[in-house]
Write a protein that binds this ligand. Structure first.
Ligand code: AMP
Length: 284
């Protein structure tokens, strides 16, 4: 596995691979790798000849009261996991200025798709994500880039920005991976502790109950959200940030569930914010 810290070196390595007729697959992450991330690497390996994984804790996607400073970081462990998973190139910018050179003044904004879910609760978050992912795609120029549907809204936002900016890349959304107990894998889970982890299970439980209600014929988002809210509120240590039901492309709230829908939520357990979602398809 080759390790690269500069944009120029990554651009050249990717160019060389494509010149040799090899497809480049790209998996951007913030590190603290887990099996969810590694499933994206596997997907990239299926779809490309050379897999680039980036690790960059992107400051512009964190709000002033968020966990940028305490976000888990462990580069030696991540590098070993990446190598074992078959990553060919690990891109780890030495500092934030590698991607945000002095004097930079440009941001990428994706509207409408960011009106609901995490958008209003994390002002500036998706602008930070869209900006850094655009930069990474321009530097790496992959044939295909893989994102997890754990961060469903993020995946849709990136899919749309690639389309709108006519970037020559295929954006793939890979399935959400859960732990055996049902908790969505997340780098932030390590901050929970055993009690917090038990409490956090109220979110996947509420989403599963919502999906079951739809399967049993309920079509009113309000009724389903009411049941989901009750389940989360039964957990003393959890605080709802939002629970919403939206249509899965434009991410706008649904008045009635017909066809495809996304049940999505965010809860705080202590100071840790967790997100999760379930994709459902109601028979018409
Ligand atoms: P992060 O390091 O949290 O920014 O995530 C990097 C990539 O891994 C994003 O595309 C995430 O959606 C994806 N990812 C994180 N957790 C999971 C998971 N549990 N299942 C699938 N993909 C995930």
């Amino acid at each position: 596995m080759r390790r690269i810290e500069t944009a120029a070196e990554l651009r050249e390595a990717s160019r060389a691979a494509r010149r040799d007729g090899r497809r480049v697959g790209f998996v951007p992450t913030m590190g603290a790798l887990h099996a969810g991330h590694l499933s994206l690497v596997e997907e990239a390996r299926r779809r490309a000849d050379v897999v680039v994984l980036s690790i960059f804790v992107n400051p512009t996607q964190f709000g002033p009261a968020e966990d940028l400073a305490s976000y888990p970081r462990d580069l030696p462990r991540d590098a070993a996991l990446a190598e074992a998973a078959g990553v060919d190139i690990l891109f780890h910018p030495a500092s934030a200025s590698t991607l945000y050179p002095p004097g930079e003044a440009t941001r990428v904004t994706v509207s409408r798709l960011t009106d609901h879910l995490c958008g209003p609760r994390r002002p500036g978050h998706f602008e930070g994500v869209a900006t850094v992912v655009t930069k990474l795609l321009v530097i790496c120029q992959p044939d295909v880039a893989i994102f997890g549907r754990k961060d469903y809204q993020q995946w849709r936002v990136i899919e749309r920005l690639a389309r709108d900016l006519m970037l020559p890349v295929e954006i793939v959304g890979a399935p959400l991976k859960r732990d055996a107990d049902g908790l969505a894998l997340s780098s932030r889970n390590v901050t929970l502790g055993a009690d917090g982890r038990r409490a956090a299970l109220c979110l996947p439980r509420a989403l599963a109950a919502g999906a079951e209600a739809v399967a049993a014929g309920e079509r009113s988002p309000e009724a389903i959200l009411g049941r989901m809210r009750t389940l989360v509120e039964a957990e003393r240590r959890a605080r709802i940030d939002y629970l919403e039901i939206v249509e899965p492309e434009e991410l706008q709230p649904l008045l009635r569930i017909e066809g495809a829908a996304l049940l999505a939520g965010a809860v705080f357990v202590g100071s840790t914010r967790l997100i999760d979602n379930r994709e459902i398809a109601a028979p018409a």
